[in-house]
Design a protein around this ligand. Structure first.
Ligand SMILES: Cc1cc2nc3c(=O)[nH]c(=O)nc-3n(C[C@H](O)[C@H](O)[C@H](O)COP(=O)(O)O)c2cc1C
Length: 185
C-alpha cells in the first residue's frame, strides 16, 4: 500500500542511489523518463539534484510546470525503465507503448507510476545557471509516499520481497539489484 512519508525522512527513498523514473506534466501533456543521476542534497526541507538532459521532453514539461515527480521503480519494472529511458515522449506516447499504470493521486502535479516503491513530488528551485551549464536541477520535495512493503516509518524494511527490490544502473542496459541488507553496530 502507498503511504505518506514524513518529508524530512523522504531523502531516504533515494539515498542508496537507485535508478529513478521522472514524470512531469504541463498544458495537458504528461511524460516520463528514466534518470539515474538523482542525488539527495539536503534533509529538511528535502532537496535533491537531478540531471535532465537538454533535449529531454520531460525536462521541457518540468520546467514549464515548475514541478516533477521522482519515483523509485523495482527490478520487476526493468522493461519500463529501459523503455522510457530509450524513447522520447516527443515521438511516442510512453504510457500506452509501455503499458504504464498510474497511481490515483489528485494532489500530484504529474502522474505517479504504479509499481514503484517510493515517490516524491518536488518543485524546481530557481537555479538557471546550473541547468544551463550542467543540465542540473535542484528540486525540493513537497510530498512523498512509499510502499509499506518496502519502507516502514521511512526506513527500509529487512524483509523486502525480491521482486520489489530497487535497481542501480551501471551502463548499456546493465543493472545491479539491491542485495543483502547489513547494519553497522
Ligand atoms: C537507466 C537509464 C538512466 C538514465 N539516466 C538519465 C539521467 O540521469 N539524466 C538524463 O537526462 N537522462 C537519463 N537517461 C536517458 C533518458 O531517460 C532518455 O534520454 C529519455 O529518452 C528521455 O525521454 P523524454 O525525451 O521523453 O523526456 C537514462 C536512461 C536510462 C535507460
Amino acid at each position: 500500500m502507498r503511504v505518506p512519508v514524513e518529508l524530512k525522512k523522504s531523502w531516504r527513498l533515494f539515498n542508496h542511489g537507485p535508478v529513478t523514473l521522472v514524470s512531469a506534466a504541463a498544458d495537458g501533456a504528461a511524460n516520463v523518463m528514466a534518470a539515474a543521476w538523482v542525488t539527495p542534497l539536503d534533509f529538511d526541507p528535502p532537496k535533491l539534484t537531478v540531471v535532465l538532459a537538454a533535449d529531454a521532453y520531460t525536462r521541457e514539461l518540468a520546467v514549464r510546470a515548475g514541478t516533477l515527480v521522482l519515483q523509485v521503480p523495482t527490478v520487476s519494472m526493468l522493461s519500463i525503465v529501459e523503455g522510457v529511458g530509450t524513447t522520447s515522449g516527443r515521438d511516442v506516447d510512453k504510457w500506452s507503448r509501455f503499458a504504464i499504470e498510474r497511481e490515483d493521486e489528485p494532489s500530484a502535479p504529474a502522474p505517479l507510476v504504479r509499481g514503484c516503491v517510493g515517490w516524491m513530488v518536488a518543485r524546481l528551485l530557481d537555479e538557471p545557471h546550473l541547468a544551463e551549464a550542467y543540465d542540473l536541477f535542484v528540486v525540493e520535495g513537497i510530498a512523498a509516499w512509499a510502499d509499506d512493503r518496502v519502507y516502514r516509518d521511512g526506513r527500509l524494511r529487512d524483509d523486502v520481497p525480491p521482486e520489489l527490490r530497487t535497481v542501480h544502473h551501471v551502463a548499456g542496459g546493465v543493472y545491479v539489484v539491491d542485495g543483502e541488507i547489513v547494519k553497522a553496530r
